[in-house]
Structure formats: C-alpha cells, structure tokens
Design a protein around this ligand. Sequence first.
Ligand code: MLT
Length: 397
Amino acid sequence: MKINENFLKLESSYLFSTVAKKQKEYQEKHPDKEVIRLSIGDVTKPLVPAVISAMHKAVDEMADESTFRGYPPEHGYDFILNAIQKNDYANLGIDIKTDEIFLSDGAKSDCGNIGDIFSVDNKVAICDPVYPVYLDTNVMNGRTDIIYLPCTAENGFMPQIPKDEIPDVIYLCFPNNPTGVTVSRKQLKEWVDFALKNNSLILYDAAYKAFIVDDSPKSIYEIDGAKKCAIEFCSFSKTAGFTGVRCGYTVVPKELVFNGQSLNPFWARRQATKFNGVSYITQRAAEAVYSEDGKKQTEDVIKYYQRNAKVIYDTLTNEGFKCFGAVNSPYVWMQTPNGMSSWEFFDDLLDNCQVVGTPGSGFGKSGEGYLRLTAFGNYEKTVEAVERIKSVYGKDK
Ligand code: MLT
C-alpha cells in the first residue's frame, strides 16, 4: 500500500486545529482565567425562531410513516432550490436555473471537493493570505503549480491580476476571509474579463455575502459573462448560523464549458457518487431562512455581529492599531503591535489578555504581522476582549 505522499507536504495540523489546541493547553494550565475566543469564525447566536420551528415541524414529519422521508434528492429538494433561486438570484436579476444549484453540507466541503472535476495539471492562483482550505486541498490532490497573489496593505489587500503567468483556476473570496475587504463591481469585472479571455475558471467563495452593507456584488453572476467562467460557493453558516447544522450550496452554470465539456454534469456526477444529500430537517431549516420571519430574524443576528465588528474596529483603531475589514465583513484584520510576528502576538495576547485570535501568517506568508479577530462572539465578551487589549497594548501603554 502506498500512501498519498501529498499529505506530507502539508502543515501537520489544520490552522484552526492548532489554534484550538493552543487555547485548550492554556486553559488547562490556567483554569481560573476566562479566555475569550475571537479566533475561528464560528457563530454564537442560536438559530432563529423561524428556523427552529421549521426544524421541529420537519422532525414531526419524520416521526410519521405517511410523511417520513428517506434519502433526499441528491442535489436538494425543489422547495429549497426554488427558494435559493428566487431569493439569492432572481431577486438580483440573475438567471440561474434550479438544476444549476447543488445543495450540500457547506461551502468548505464544496470548495475542497471541487478539485475532483479538474485536472491535477492545472495552474492554480490563490490569494495570500487565504482561507487555508483552497491551498491545502490542492496540495492533497497533488497540484503543485500554485501562483500566489499577495494581498497586502500596499495593494489594499486586493489580489492583482497576474501579469506573467496565466492561471487555469483562480480562487477568489469576497467579502474576503481573512482580510475582510470586499471587491467592487469594477474590480470583479476585471477578473471575469481576464478569465474569459484566458479560458480560466474562477472559483468564487461568497460565504460572507450576508455581511455586505454597500453596493458591492453579492454574487459573481452580477457581472456579465461570469456564468461562462465561474462557479460560486455559498453557505448558510455565516448567513444563518448553520455552522453546526451544515448546509450550503454551489452554483455550476450549464454555460461553463471547458474542453468542450460542460462542468455542470461533472459536478452532478461527483456529488451523486460521493455525497448522499442534505437531511430533510436541514433543508426545511434552510428554506425557513427565506421566509418573511426568517429573513427579518437572520438580518437582526447579522446586525448583532456587525455591531461586534464595529466595536472591535473602532476601539482598536482609536488606540492607534492599524485595522482593516469590519465593514461588509465579520472579520477585523489587525496589524500586530511593536513589530511582533503573528504567532508572537497570538501567544502574547493569550498570556496577557486571555484573548484568542487567528495568526495572520497561518493564512499565508503575506499574512505575517497580522492577526484576525472575529465578530461572531457575544457582544459583552467582545467588548471585554477589546478592553483587555486596550489595557495592555493601548496608546497609554
Ligand atoms: C474561519 O474562521 O475562517 C471559518 O470559520 C472557517 C470555515 O468557515 O470553515
């Protein structure tokens, strides 16, 4: 038996596992200290009442033989695909058909699995820093031809279109994880035009679109021509607090044709073979997000997290820290104080303030010197965390 040696090329532990392990070790050594976690982008508010009541109803249906459901349709029940189509696309004036939408257990799995449908020989462009899933899953698959697109303070954390090399596949995520910046329509159009011109595929992660408050595009398909060059990943995790429930969807337009093959049946085939669909209860829960009550209630939760982002950003900025993101995003990307490296500041912050962030360098080389803080915590704890940071690293110190 030969192992997949590509795994040896990875960091031995996934970034968020390392961070969680460090927090656990600290907490075991200091059981009396209250650690505040602003690291992984995991939600803390409960599911909204409209979702809970839809789930209860679905559980009751599962308890009765006349309404019980077994295997779901492999790509999602019509009721949820119709709700997604209407609310997330038709309402934006975008023509996406229900058989171009594939329901799944979340954007992370789909972003990781999508590499099954394209060759290992492709040249892949990813941002640096980046959500580690894009890079790690390409390494696992044996793709080594990677173009890094540095996103730094100098370029406003915006990936620049490569000049010397043409990538076959381009990962983009807006609003961005981890930097929190978002893309304008004009900038996104430049990427779409570049992909169309060079026959490249854009993999667009829109998991954080619910945080957009201005005119930034919520979907890449708002840009003309994107249906010919882009796959889009969406998630109910950050939109509706489904990190533990698990549900997302991926759009693979039929117009997406490479080497004379439409990618839509490729993804349909991949999913039908390796994935057995999302549970009925979860699909009803997701449908409820689009009900009148569900929309209003989830918007209120997003506003709650946006208030957290603002308090982190405003407090730290007033204290002289350089911070980015926070608007259109649940993440604040802060420069470390006193020239500390990301991991030095992570350790220092844990020791001195009992606050956990995510070291920027864990997202890539260009993330060195930054720390990511999430706004998905409880408001009072978030305020307490930034007050602690202020008392140790603030301008009076
Ligand atoms: C993050 O913290 O970057 C996200 O929570 C990770 C994820 O969505 O998988």
